[in-house]
Design a protein around this ligand. Structure first.
Ligand SMILES: Cc1cc2nc3c(=O)[nH]c(=O)nc-3n(C[C@H](O)[C@H](O)[C@H](O)COP(=O)(O)OP(=O)(O)OC[C@H]3O[C@@H](n4cnc5c(N)ncnc54)[C@H](O)[C@@H]3O)c2cc1C
Length: 342
């Protein structure tokens, strides 16, 4: 008899707001597809958990992004995010359907919801994961043990965490860590409506007013070209901006530059900033500390400018200039201008 009788499949929480699904849900579904493919002997499916109000029509999108099945809870109580009702609903989904693993985006909402659900059902949760694998050897014996890796000790080490004693194995994963597979609108799957039994429909917290956050400037996670400023470029930020402008790109920064007061925290890339994956990342005067690299190493092309030939950034760069940013950047901008004019 299997160790965890009845537990199966990899579930993904499909976060949505006002009917718009957060991309991280689709990124996790894409990764879950790879995980189930690595253990064909288990016959696992990828299942989305979609909670909200008037969201049933989104289930097909979830299937088109790679889910085999979607559990939908469509209820007026779930219109806006509420820790109480979302935890109640998700806990009941887990008790009813018995997922073997349950993945949630490490968004503000996911970081609130997942630990509460885990505590309710007494399951293990690994927060802020950067890599997920399955022990394929154990799968031969009928156990789909998740190996969840996350940075630890300030990002200087990576730890791999397993939860062998409880189910589901839960993890939160940051947005942009995984690729989103192409959408296949012809995919078919099963949509299951689930109605939770509410112990109370009285909210513990009432929301008087929702004030939309004013987002100033651009969102670096959506930029296709980023020019990153490190401490070595603090004296020539105008050149960094000029380079970004010529390339129709956006400026971002290391934590050092943010802490020194030159740039806003919203522009910080890295472990305690944002994870980005542009097609081009130009690192100007950036040493390549592991905490910064964690947020940009998945960029398609990395070009580094640093006067120290031993700088760590060169170990992950596709192309590098050893030199002073004050000298290299004007030349680069000039060449970009010429190339655009040609
Ligand atoms: C828990 C924790 C979380 C962290 N999170 C983050 C994070 O999210 N993001 C982040 O970025 N950091 C983070 N850090 C900080 C990180 O460890 C580094 O300190 C930081 O990334 C260094 O920034 P930097 O490369 O700009 O500066 P430095 O390390 O000071 O490097 C400056 C570089 O510029 C080069 N240079 C200097 N002058 C010039 C010049 N004129 N021309 C060319 N090159 C020049 C130098 O050779 C050097 O390599 C974190 C640290 C901790 C402990």
């Amino acid at each position: 008899m299997a160790k965890f009788e009845g537990y199966k499949d990899i579930y993904v929480f499909v976060e949505q707001k006002n009917g718009t699904v957060a991309e991280v849900g689709y990124e996790l579904i894409s990764e879950a597809r790879k995980l189930v493919a690595s253990i064909p002997e288990m016959g696992y499916q990828v299942v989305g958990a979609l909670l909200g109000s008037n969201i049933t029509d989104k289930a097909q999108d979830v299937i088109a992004h790679g889910a085999d099945k979607v559990i939908v809870v469509d209820d007026e109580l779930l219109k806006d995010y509420s820790t109480q009702f979302y935890t109640d609903a998700l806990t009941q989904i887990i008790k009813e359907f018995k997922p073997d693993s349950f993945l949630t985006g490490a968004t503000v909402l996911g970081r609130d919801l997942a630990p509460r659900v885990a505590a309710r059902i007494n399951a293990g949760l690994t927060a802020d994961a950067t890599k997920i694998e399955i022990d394929t050897e154990k799968a031969k014996d009928g156990e789909a043990l998740l190996l969840v890796t996350r940075p630890t000790f300030g990002g200087n080490l990576f730890g791999t965490i397993v939860c062998p004693d409880t189910r589901p194995q839960m993890a939160t994963i940051r947005p942009k860590v995984f690729d989103m597979a192409p959408v296949d609108a012809s995919r078919t799957g099963e949509v299951v409506s689930f109605a939770p039994k509410w112990e109370t429909t009285e909210p513990e917290v009432t929301i008087d007013k929702v004030v939309e956050k004013i987002v100033e400037g651009v969102d670096i996670t959506k930029a296709n070209i980023l020019v990153g400023a490190g401490r070595g470029a603090e004296g020539c930020l105008d050149l960094v901006e000029a380079c970004a402008k010529e390339l129709d790109g956006v400026v971002c920064a290391t934590r050092a530059v943010v802490e020194d007061g030159y740039m806003d925290k919203a522009l910080q890339v890295g472990q305690t900033g944002k994870t980005v994956r542009p097609s081009l990342y130009i690192a100007c005067g950036i040493s390549g500390a592991v905490q910064h690299v964690a947020g940009m190493e998945k960029s398609d092309m990395i070009i580094a400018i640093n006067r120290d030939p031993q700088a760590e950034i060169f170990t992950i760069a596709n192309m590098g200039f050893v030199g002073d940013v004050n000298e290299v950047l004007p030349l680069l901008v000039e060449e970009i201008k010429k190339a655009k004019a040609a």
